[in-house]
Design a protein around this ligand. Structure first.
Ligand code: SF4
Ligand code: SF4
Length: 176
């Protein structure tokens, strides 16, 4: 990526954060050769499931729109580029079009978060999909109307993520 595009990408990511804040992914899988203890020593939360070490999202290092461990961030964070950034780097879209997509996503995300707050779901340390599921699957505690509205808002947000942001990174960065 040339310097101008790299600066544009940094501006966009600072306004976005969707790949760090638990809205798009629920974990970052650590790769062979990465040192979970060293990452934990930086303040990152590291968990294990069977032989897999991973960093749950929302990521603790995502603070004020920035990555506080940027120079030491995990490999998957280094290689990840969302669809919007890829389109920007291929000159298929301009920075302002990319920024508009990010604004649209943030508006849709705010709508989901507003409904979560109305439903009393305040556990912001959990990924968005799990928080939504807590409400939509709890027919005992939550009225039909709020569950329906939340499911619709999440679906709307997720459609935008699929078309313009989400890409599942390869397990091994060498396969990128
Ligand atoms: S989703 Fe894309 S634009 Fe947003 S922070 Fe991640 S890489 Fe940057
Ligand atoms: S380590 Fe940095 S780049 Fe990776 S998910 Fe956390 S905030 Fe984002």
């Amino acid at each position: 990526m040339d310097a101008a595009l790299s600066t544009a990408a940094a501006r966009l990511c600072a306004e976005c954060g969707l790949c760090c804040n638990g809205a798009m992914f629920h974990m970052v899988i650590l790769q062979p050769g990465e040192n979970p203890r060293a990452l934990a020593a930086l303040g990152l939360k590291i968990k294990r499931k069977h032989s897999l070490a991973y960093m749950p999202q929302p990521c603790r290092a995502h603070v004020g729109g920035c990555c506080t461990v940027y120079e030491q961030r995990p490999q998957r964070c280094r290689i990840f580029e969302c669809r919007t950034l890829i389109r920007l780097t291929k000159n298929e879209i301009t920075e302002s079009v990319a920024m508009e997509k990010i604004r649209e996503a943030r508006i849709k995300l705010a709508c989901v978060e507003n409904l979560l707050a109305q439903a009393g779901e305040t556990r912001a340390e959990h990924p968005l999909a799990k928080r939504c599921d807590n409400i939509t699957s709890d027919t005992e505690s939550h009225a039909h109307a709020i569950r329906e509205a939340l499911a619709a808002a999440l679906s709307d947000f997720d459609s935008l993520l699929e078309s313009d942001f989400r890409i599942t990174p390869p397990l091994n960065p060498a396969d990128a």
